[in-house]
Design a protein around this ligand. Structure first.
Ligand code: GDP
Ligand code: MG
Length: 299
């Protein structure tokens, strides 16, 4: 690609409460799996950078962990700090809300942070497929009154509705500049990290409320063999009783995680994979900063 003097480059943060659809939007914008999507809140533990490059611009997206009302654990505290950092570090902010005509506490906090930052912000009202058309206007109204958003765009991230308009609008507010990343790069996260995230996604989708939040995944070994890649991953839990739950009766649950994860990993990296899963107890891992760093949940 040749150099263009009107090329635009910028960092864009997608912020919003857990479960609002940030990862879904990011994946729709990038067009490939970059961030795990789950019906349970707080799945995204780190800022994932997805990159979109065209002839005229490059956008580096952050899919932030949800802004949380309570800061119970070290992990949660770090998440809130991360949201602030991300806002400070971005050129354009995309805030996402549910299609409800009420500004919640999380949203109030986010609006405050945006105001303080002085950055251009776009509001997306997501999941419009879930509400009747006339239910959307009041939502637009109450957010318009805040007088902070450059544009308010109703979308359905999972149906792909409005996604192109979001991208166009972002580009309008993007500063001019040269690209920072190679054009074929989709993310600055390593393949290892994605593999761990895929495994975690399966755990999120297979177990009840308690287990997913007590679980961390680490890639312990990664060997490129002749025709396949051997990957050993460790699933950490907080209590012994959770080990049994993860493994399931005669191992059927963990086999299922393995099979589902392997299929997606092979799709993602385009090679045959031999996946070995281990379950270990690690009490209090959420408060262990060194561990959180090692597995890439905090930087
Ligand atoms: P995040 O926590 O903000 O990253 O949210 P996710 O992207 O993980 O999505 C949370 C849940 O909302 C998932 O079950 C998604 O399938 C669902 N979701 C996301 N976008 C939409 C949408 O436009 N419409 C509907 N009905 N559901 C959506
Ligand atoms: Mg997410």
């Amino acid at each position: 690609m040749e150099y263009k003097k009107d090329f635009k480059f910028g960092l864009v943060a997608i912020i919003g409460r857990p479960n609002v659809g940030k990862s879904t939007l990011l994946n729709a914008l990038i067009g490939e799996f970059v961030s795990i999507i789950s019906p349970k809140p707080q799945t995204t533990r780190v800022n994932i950078l997805g990159i979109k490059t065209t002839q005229n611009y490059q956008i580096a997206f952050f899919d932030t962990p949800g802004m949380l009302e309570k800061t119970k654990y070290e992990l949660h505290k770090t998440m809130v700090e991360e949201v602030k950092k991300v806002i400070e570090g971005s050129d354009v902010i995309v805030m996402m809300v549910e299609p409800v005509p009420e500004i919640g506490n999380i949203e109030k906090n986010l609006i405050e942070l945006i105001k303080k930052s002085g950055k251009p912000a776009i509001l997306t009202i997501n999941k419009i497929d879930k509400v009747p058309k006339k239910g959307i206007l009041p939502v637009i109204d109450i957010y318009a009154k805040e007088r902070i958003f450059k544009e308010i765009i109703p979308i359905s991230a999972s149906m792909g509705e409005g996604v192109e308009l979001v991208e166009k609008t972002i580009v309008n507010y993007l500063p001019y500049g040269e690209k920072l990343y190679p054009e074929d790069e989709l993310s600055d996260k390593t393949e290892r990290f994605f593999v761990a995230e895929i495994i975690r996604e399966k755990i999120f989708n297979l177990y009840g409320e308690e287990i997913p939040y007590s679980t961390a995944v680490e890639i312990d070994e990664w060997k490129e063999e002749d025709k396949r890649i051997y990957i050993k991953a460790i699933i950490y839990v907080e209590k012994d009783s959770q080990k049994g739950i993860i493994i399931g009766k005669s191992g059927e649950k963990i086999k299922k995680i393995g099979a589902l994860a392997r299929r997606d990993i092979e799709k993602k990296i385009g090679k045959k994979v031999f996946l070995e899963l281990w379950v270990k107890k690690k009490e209090g891992w959420r408060r262990d900063r060194a561990f959180l760093k090692r597995i890439g949940y905090i930087s």
